[in-house]
Write a protein that binds this ligand. Structure first.
Ligand code: IVH
Length: 672
């Protein structure tokens, strides 16, 4: 079929619309299209390209995910070396750094330098090359002189433009910056991993590093990576006098630049003030950061200052006191997970890290334990990975005195003594016994959890008793427990027994999606549960579904599909489902959200210091059908202002957008 002019025109318009929408969403944090509008445009473009394959161009928004890489990652030299920064810790070292600058330039204290202070993003440094405005190559830092070519993966990251948005495309333009995953996305991912009985990712940085070094770009595309640009590398055909100008141009060209948290500072005192403020503010941002980068703003001075070794003289990285602590390993125990996975856990003398007391950290699996060579009695450095989950960084080998004991991984399950085995290609040892009490306890904990069956009066302690007394042998048994049985348990009075029974009774009408998720089938997280429920509508239809029908659901796939079908085919599991139905469990089609006009389709911006956690506030408005945006525009409906709200509140006033105090907002959320 030869495409008509109108089709060619439509394709061009759709592409421009999608590109613009991407930019608004990922770079400006100010969505112009709703998700539904975006989907409609994307689907139309996919359809036309399917009908007229000759219209497909490599830069079409449909082509983010290209072909997998065969062989090793090719290497390429950097146009300019990718250097590192001198670390400075504390005021004294910062002032020394400025002194060296003065000495090198032969100027005294009378000269006040202009600095740019930027958050130091703890991600992965990248070099992105644009030739005549088109993204042609993306390299990792590598050894600083040569990097690995991971263009095929970087193309899938939506915050990386394929085409510069500059009017006159420069012949050469190299954007440098950091690829990273937002902390909230990382937490979500790990929660999902846990729910699916898979091992957790150690920290956002490792996760990012693993993600960009995939052979198949499909894997990278499925991961929520983003990119902040903080400096211009090589370029031709452009002129700048300050670093700040280069940042502005990077932003204009279509990159995310962290202007919101960066500042021009006059003199080193202002830099110190920025650092002190950032030390507090960094807790509130959604990315991992490990300090402040301080740069001389004047490019002419930068040039004059040059380099010492691998570091520029004109910049430094101010590092905060590391949130690490040293403690002693008292024991290494083994946890048995829901799917039987055996996880070593280091139990140590309680120690405070980043404001909380921790006494244990997972060592993930046997390989990790061996790699770090953690022994009982060792002193270890503990850190909060992504500032959340405690992890063992390393052993303080110098403190060993010979009394440390190597941990011997059990060959039997520590709870039920069944010989453990390692699945093919897996680094995890598993207890294969479906009746293992530890596995049952973990399964029940998952089953009753919020997001699953939500039986809030049944907690860990009660579950232990259920399993120990043999009252509950599978999740269905929870629904047939009687008051008499409950009263027979330790420390269970009339009142609490009634509360437990009420909470079980209230859980008998879960949505089908929650029930599927609650069953604890491997590879089935909340989202997969929803997708399956959406497709089949009823438990009966799902029980009768073929493997092909389940696996063909978009975003479910063969692994989860097989796991679900396998679970349903198991005779024991069929009995569990029958028992549940007989006990009066009635899965519902879906959780109907009552439309709330005050929120539905509205856009909220939160600014200033709020008492409520900002992410929680955003989650609340989203749960009511509204959007949470990062900046104020004409399309914003409400701006919620906390203390010291700055430019966003001013902008809201200018545009006549409704301003709410935090108290007013909380009232609005409460008043259903
Ligand atoms: S500027 C000459 N700015 O930290 C080096 N780097 O420890 C110029 N980093 O290699 C780098 N945030 O990977 C710069 N705002 C920022 C940064 C930043 C993170 C990374 C970058 C750099 C490393 C140095």
């Amino acid at each position: 079929m030869i495409p008509e002019k109108a089709i060619i025109h439509e394709v061009a318009e759709l592409r421009e619309k999608l590109r613009q929408a991407n930019h608004q969403y990922y770079i400006l944090d100010n969505p112009a299209l709703t998700d539904a509008e975006y989907d409609v445009a994307m689907r139309r473009l996919v359809q036309i390209e399917a009908d007229y394959p000759e219209l497909i161009t490599p830069d079409s928004p449909t082509q983010r995910v290209g072909a997998p890489l065969e062989g090793d990652f090719p290497e390429a030299p950097h146009l300019l070396p990718m250097l590192s920064l001198q670390d400075v810790r504390g005021d004294e070292e910062l002032l020394d750094w400025e002194k060296r600058i003065r000495r090198h330039l032969h100027v005294g204290d009378e000269v006040v330098f202009q600095y740019v202070c930027e958050p130091k993003i703890d991600g992965l440094a990248m070099s992105l090359i644009y030739e005549n405005g088109r993204f042609t190559r993306g390299l990792t830092r590598g050894d600083g002189r040569r990097g690995e070519d991971i263009t095929h993966n970087l193309r899938t990251i939506k915050a990386i433009p394929w085409q510069l948005r500059l009017k006159d495309a420069p012949p050469l333009f190299e954007a440098r910056g950091e690829v990273f995953i937002a902390r909230s996305d990382f937490e979500k991912l790990n929660a999902q991993q846990a729910a699916e009985g898979k091992p957790l990712y150690a920290n956002p940085r490792n996760f990012g590093a693993g993600s960009v070094r995939q052979k198949d770009p499909k894997t990278t595309a499925a991961r929520p990576l983003t990119f902040f640009s903080y400096s211009l590398g090589a370029y031709e055909g452009l002129k700048f006098t300050t670093h700040w100008q280069t940042l502005e141009t990077l932003h204009e060209a279509g990159f995310r630049v962290n202007f919101q948290k960066s500042r021009i500072c006059e003199g080193i005192e202002e830099v110190q003030k920025f650092i002190a403020e950032w030390n507090i503010e960094r807790q509130n941002v959604d990315y991992a950061t490990d300090g402040v980068v301080v740069k001389i703003n004047d490019l002419h001075l930068q040039n004059e200052l040059g380099f010492v070794g691998r570091n520029p003289r004109w910049a430094c990285a101010f590092k905060f006191a590391p949130e690490e602590a040293v403690t002693r390993v008292l024991n290494i125990s083994v946890n048995v997970g829901r799917t039987g996975s055996l996880t070593p856990l280091a139990e140590f003398e309680p120690v405070e890290v980043a404001g909380t007391t921790v006494s244990a950290a997972t060592l993930h699996n046997e390989d990790e334990l061996r790699r770090k060579d953690v022994r009982i009695g060792d002193y270890v450095v503990i850190r909060k990975a992504g500032e959340i989950i405690p992890e063992v960084v390393r052993v303080v080998v110098e403190k060993r005195d010979g009394s440390e004991r190597e941990f011997v991984f059990p060959t039997e399950c520590p709870r039920c003594a069944t010989p453990v085995s390692r699945g093919e290609g897996e680094s995890v040892l598993r207890c294969p016994n479906n009746q293992c009490p530890a596995r049952l306890e973990r399964l029940l904990e998952h089953f009753v959890a919020r997001g699953a069956m939500n039986i809030d009066r049944v907690g860990e302690k009660l579950i232990k008793q259920f399993v120990a007394t043999g009252l509950v042998k599978d999740p269905a048994d929870v629904f047939t427990i009687t008051k008499e049985q409950l009263l027979g348990l330790e420390r269970m009075a009339e009142k609490s027994a009634k509360n437990v029974l009420d909470s079980i009774e209230n859980a008998k009408m879960p949505t089908l999606a929650r029930l599927i998720y609650a069953l604890g089938i491997r590879h089935v997280g909340e989202r997969t549960g929803e997708l399956i429920a959406e497709k089949f509508g009823s438990l009966q239809a799902l029980r009768e579904a073929t493997l092909e029908a389940i696996a063909s659901i978009h975003d479910v796939g063969p692994i989860a599909g097989q796991s679900v079908r396998g679970w349903l085919d198991d005779a024991e599991n069929q009995k569990i489902l029958d028992k549940m139905l007989a006990a009066g469990v009635v899965p519902q089609q879906s959780e109907a959200r009552v439309a709330d006009e005050r929120f539905e389709g509205k856009s909220f911006v939160f600014t200033g210091a709020l008492d409520i956690d900002r992410r929680e506030a955003e989650r609340l408005v989203k749960s009511k059908g509204a959007r949470a945006a990062g900046s104020v525009s004409k399309k914003t409906n409400f701006v919620v202002v906390g203390e010291n709200a700055g430019s966003k509140a001013d902008r809201a006033r200018e545009l006549g957008v409704t301003i709410l105090t935090e108290a007013e907002f909380l009232e609005m959320i409460k008043a259903d």
